[in-house]
Each structure stands twice: as C-alpha cells, then as structure tokens.
Design a binder for this molecule. Structure first.
Ligand code: LRH
Ligand code: MN
Ligand code: MN
Length: 424
C-alpha cells in the first residue's frame, strides 16, 4: 500500500525544517502562555471519519468524470481510506453507506483488521431506489403515504443496524430526501407524523449502546418542502424519539448565511448534538472540500466545540461528507482531514480566560481580536509534528504523490467510463 520506508524517506528531507518551525512556534506560543506540547497531544488524539462514498469520484446530476483507479467496491474503498489514515494519522474510522457498501460483515471485519481501520456511524439510503426493491421511494420513504413503503424503509434501517452491529459501529445516521415539489402536494403535518411513527420503529431496534442521528437538510432532492429541513425539526425528532437520538449537522445543509456555530451551541445545550458531516459550500449542498471556502466558519464551529468540550455526556462523531469531482478523492480527503484538524487546534489555542474577560466587559473589539489571534496562528508545525511522531507523513499529499499509489491501483482496477449524473 504505502510503504513505511517511503514515508520515512519523504519525512527525512523535511525533518530539519519542521523542527526549526516547531521550535519557533513553540517559543511564540510560550510567550502567550500556551504549551505547544499540549496542543500537539490534542492534535494526535483528534480523529475524523472518512466517508466510504467519498473515495470514488463524485458527480453532479449533469455528469460524472471518473478518474483512474476508481475503487471497484467497498474493499477497494477501505484500501483507499487506509492510505489516507496512514499518511495523516487523522482518519482512523470509516463511515459506511448501505446498500452501496453492502458486504459480508465477516469480510468487512477482516478488511478492517488488515487495514487497521474501524467503523463510525452507518448511513441508510432510502433516497434512491435499488434494482431489487419492491416499492419505490419516488414519493418518499419513511414518510410515504403508503404503509408498505414506510415498512420497507424501516426494514432497511433495521438492516443497517444489523450490519453495523456485526462490524462494531455504534450509530446510525438517517437522512431522507422525503418532501414535496409542489405546494399542496403533501400535508406538511401528516407527512411529519408518518415520519416520526416510522422513526420510532427504527429507534425501537437500536441496541442499548447505539445512537441514532437525524440529519437535516434544507432542500434537495425535494424542492418545495423537505420533511427534516432544519435543526428545529431535527431537535424535535431527537427529543421525541428519546435519549439515544441526537442531531447530526452537515455543514452544507443550511440556508446561505445561517449561523451554524449557534446551532452547534444550542444543540449542545440541549444534549442533542451527535455529530458532524464536515464539508464546505458556497451556494448550497456543494459538498466542497472542508475549509476551502469558509475556513473561518469552520474555526468558529470548532470554537464552540472547544468552549463546550467539558459538557457532560458530549460525545461527537466527527465525519467528513464530501463529493470530489475534479480532484483525486484521496488527496481531497487528506487535505480535508488536515483542515478539520487545523480548525480544531486553532480553536484550542483561543485564550479563553481573556475572551471571557472581554465578554464580561462588553469589549466586542477585543473579544473578536482574541478569536482572530487564534485563527491567524499558523499551526501547521503542530499538525506536521503530530503526524511525524505517529509515523505519518509531514507532507501527506507530497508523500502520496511520491508513492505512485493511484497509478498502481489503476493497473488492477478497470477504467470506468464517463457516465451521467449521480451523487457518487
Ligand atoms: C445528503 C447527504 C447525506 C447522505 C450523503 C450521501 O445530502 O449529506 O449525508 O447520506 O449526502
Ligand atoms: Mn451528509
Ligand atoms: Mn449533503
């Protein structure tokens, strides 16, 4: 896969520079009363899960332009995920999507063992029809007017739990595309009642140590109304279902300019924040690489998470959810994992005591300056040092390119011809 010697050789040429940069940053931080080693320890402990579906080239509803060496199935996807983790030491787990990743649990476990990866939340899919499926989700799934269609969707979610159970996952994320395209097409209230009723049946099938995440999204594929459209509805769902139900925040699923960090703070306050799908967006649910458009917003989300990290019971599933259309997906996921980790470390060096003082004194200017001081700090030496100490790459993209991994797998994996639209 990725040879240990290659990483060592790549790191050897960068070690001296890293040491110098790390020492310089350490001295600067020390003047601010910050211990660089404590931050490096936090960077080492941080992990974000990779979405199995992110390893293949994505697409829009207009076209998909596959690259070389596209993964043939879940086993290839897990190999690619292992490369990302090997080079970054930041992505120890993978989130699976069923039925896209359906395979014998024993084989999944075997592959996980071989690659050293674990499994994060399972994702169900009742937003597409599968070839062998008796009933269509064209007009909805868990909220469909037809009881048998709802039952089929419930059954699918229960199957996801069953597979997840066999491979050590502890959560199920439910996102549905249900909604409507025309005013009047559906009863907004009865459709939600049907959804809740179906979700209660899924909830009843959760093992004791599992959680269920409800993921909201403002629109798409339904273009007039969506059943789980925002965090208010998501919170209602989690509250009505019970303690094991929490909300998942996908950064791309909000109206433009929505204050996502506030949503984060509110959901933590309610004990209902379960996890994230990290990505970035400019217009809608663009699924762009994390931190490419609004790195300050990503930082502000982490600022809330770090401020509230000692909240009792807080247990967040950090996951990426992106679509890579024009890059090598492995490279995008490597960069994104590092950007998410960067936001976390930047947020970790906010001078919280000073910030609280400025807040109490209503010194808005200095409070904002305190955040900016953290956001502007180049923490790359901390991230790189954490990687180097873990045997990962100081410059993961450079090491990946030097490895020739993509060309190697392209020899085994058949070329995929360009296709029509599709999300993965
Ligand atoms: C919906 C979504 C959801 C799906 C994934 C493929 O837009 O964010 O998480 O499971 O994309
Ligand atoms: Mn998502
Ligand atoms: Mn999405």
């Amino acid at each position: 896969m990725i040879d240990k010697n290659l990483i060592e050789a790549e790191n050897a040429s960068r070690e001296a520079d890293l040491t110098a940069d790390y020492e310089a940053l350490g001295a600067r931080l020390a003047r601010r009363g910050v211990d660089i080693e404590a931050l490096t320890t936090r960077a080492t402990a941080f992990g974000v899960a990779v979405p199995s579906w992110g390893t293949g080239t994505g697409g829009t509803r207009f076209a998909r332009f596959p690259g070389l060496g596209e993964p043939r199935g879940i086993m290839d996807k897990l190999d690619d995920c292992a490369v990302i983790h090997r080079l970054t030491d930041a992505t120890p787990k993978v989130s699976l999507h069923i039925p896209w990743d359906k395979a014998e649990p024993a084989l999944l476990l075997e592959k996980a063992e071989e690659t050293g990866l674990g499994f994060d939340a399972m994702n169900s899919n009742t937003f597409q029809d599968q070839p062998d499926q008796p009933r269509s989700y064209k007009f909805g799934s868990l909220s469909h007017t037809d009881a048998a269609t709802r039952a089929q969707a419930v059954e699918h979610n229960l199957e996801c739990i069953q597979i997840g159970r066999a491979i050590g996952s502890k959560a199920l994320t439910v996102w549905i595309g249900d909604g409507s395209n025309f005013p009047g097409q559906t009863s907004l209230s009865r459709q939600f009642d049907r959804y809740l009723d179906a979700m209660k049946q899924v909830y009843a099938g959760l093992p004791d140590d599992w959680r269920i995440f409800s993921e909201h999204k403002i629109y798409e594929p339904a273009f007039y109304s969506t059943v789980v459209q925002d965090w208010g509805t998501s919170l209602m769902i989690a509250q009505e279902l019970g303690d094991k139900a929490q909300c998942l925040v996908d950064l791309g699923h909000h109206a433009p300019n929505v204050n996502i960090e506030m949503i984060v703070a509110r959901l933590i306050r309610a004990g209902k924040l379960g996890g994230f799908h990290f990505n970035d967006s400019k217009y809608g649910d663009d699924d762009l690489d994390s931190g490419t458009i609004e790195p300050f917003r990503l930082f502000l989300v982490f600022n809330e998470l770090v401020e509230l990290e000692d909240t009792p019971g807080l247990n967040l599933a950090h996951m990426i959810d992106q679509s890579h259309n024009v890059t090598d997906p492995i490279e995008s996921l490597i960069v994104s994992a590092c950007e998410i980790q960067r936001a976390y470390i930047q947020a970790s060096l906010v001078d919280r005591e000073a910030l609280d003082g400025f807040r109490d004194a209503n010194d808005a200017l200095m409070a904002a300056a305190t955040l900016r001081a953290a956001f502007r700090t180049d923490v790359e030496p901390i991230l790189a040092m954490a990687r180097a100490r873990a045997g990962a790459a100081i410059d993961p993209v450079a090491a990946y390119r030097a490895s020739g991994y993509r060309a190697k797998v392209a020899e085994e994996r058949p070329r995929v011809t360009a296709g029509g639209g599709g999300i993965v």
